[in-house]
Design a protein around this ligand. Structure first.
Ligand SMILES: Nc1ncnc2c1ncn2[C@@H]1O[C@H](COP(=O)(O)OP(=O)(O)OP(=O)(O)O)[C@@H](O)[C@H]1O
Length: 295
């Protein structure tokens, strides 16, 4: 079943372009990445899905319900983290959580406590006393407390320290294990590569591609960094079709043949350092940002 399904979803801001003919299908139980340059239309898509703004044309369903007609019903099943969080300064964290709980008929207090502990929320602090990252943590807890079937996250790691980012990733993977669905808008391409099953690229308001992450990773070459005073640039060029960088005796290049052949080839020389890694999807994603033409 598709949890999110959009049909030519379009939103214009007066004469300004927002999003145009967006068609996305998000499957139940997947983590779906949503990437694209600044101003591409990610937040506009999300705000339209949440019925914060009305579509100019087109339509969309979430959990089989219409995003405009059934908006309040849909919200029972959704957790949302906005890209920018704003709170009344005098309200305490525990009161925000209490207020959020009051919207739902069924709340598992044990789960709420677990989430608040995991995110290390300081329940007695006032919102005005919190840093951006700590405010963001409160909004993540708010999105999770009712165990939503669908999490819509707009740049959720923005402002979080690396340890807390990892905690959030683990929480999202657990949500996926439970069969819940995550729609994740992000500028962090490594995070999308590591977490998502599929990712959709939006540019200038239009969807330009939908990528299956595993499939894309399997197409990647190895990235070799090798330091040796015996090896010349010509030898490296004989091994690889793409020399990425060369500084004195150190070479970084892509390698797509089998690793055994490489080891045999380079064992003829004295090697000072050798690093073998997989190429990153980040470069592929960046190409989409830069070059890929809209069909
Ligand atoms: N309230 C608004 N009024 C007019 N134009 C808007 C408004 N909000 C967004 N836009 C325009 O809609 C387009 C899409 O913006 P949106 O905020 O959805 O992009 P985004 O992909 O979320 O960008 P970012 O990565 O910078 O957050 C941009 O051209 C933007 O200028």
């Amino acid at each position: 079943m598709n949890i999110i399904e959009t049909k030519n979803l379009t939103k214009n801001y007066g004469k300004n372009r927002g999003i145009q003919d967006v068609n996305i299908s998000v499957k139940e139980g997947e983590i779906f990445g949503f990437i694209g340059p600044n101003g591409a239309g990610k937040s506009t898509t999300i705000k339209t899905l949440l019925n914060f703004i009305y579509p100019t044309s087109g339509s969309s369903k979430i959990l089989g319900m219409d995003i405009v007609e059934d908006s309040s019903k849909i919200k029972e099943y959704i957790g949302y983290v906005p890209s920018e969080v704003r709170y009344y300064e005098d309200v305490k964290v525990k009161d925000i959580i209490k207020y959020s709980k009051s919207f739902y008929s069924k709340i598992d207090q044990e789960y709420v406590d677990k989430i608040c502990n995991e995110l290390e929320l300081d329940m007695n602090k006032k919102m005005g006393e919190l840093s951006l990252g700590n405010k963001k943590k409160v909004s993540i807890a708010q999105a999770l407390i009712h165990s939503p079937k669908l999490l819509i996250l707009d740049e959720p790691t923005n402002g979080l320290d690396p340890l807390m980012q990892n905690k959030l990733f683990n929480i999202l993977l657990k949500e996926k294990e439970k069969g819940n669905t995550v729609f994740l808008s992000s500028h962090n391409l490594t995070e999308v590569q590591n977490l998502c099953d599929r990712a959709c690229v939006i540019k200038d308001g239009k969807i330009i591609d939908i990528i299956e992450i595993e499939k894309e990773i399997s197409k990647l070459s190895l990235k070799i960094t090798l330091t040796s005073s015996d090896i010349t640039k010509e030898i490296i060029l004989g091994l690889s079709s793409k020399l990425l960088s060369n500084k004195e005796n150190s070479y970084t290049f892509t390698y797509s043949k089998d690793i055994d052949t490489l080891i045999k080839e380079i064992s003829k020389f004295k090697i000072d350092e050798l690093l073998i890694e997989k190429e990153n999807l980040e470069d592929t994603f960046l190409d989409y940002y830069k070059n890929k033409e809209i069909e």
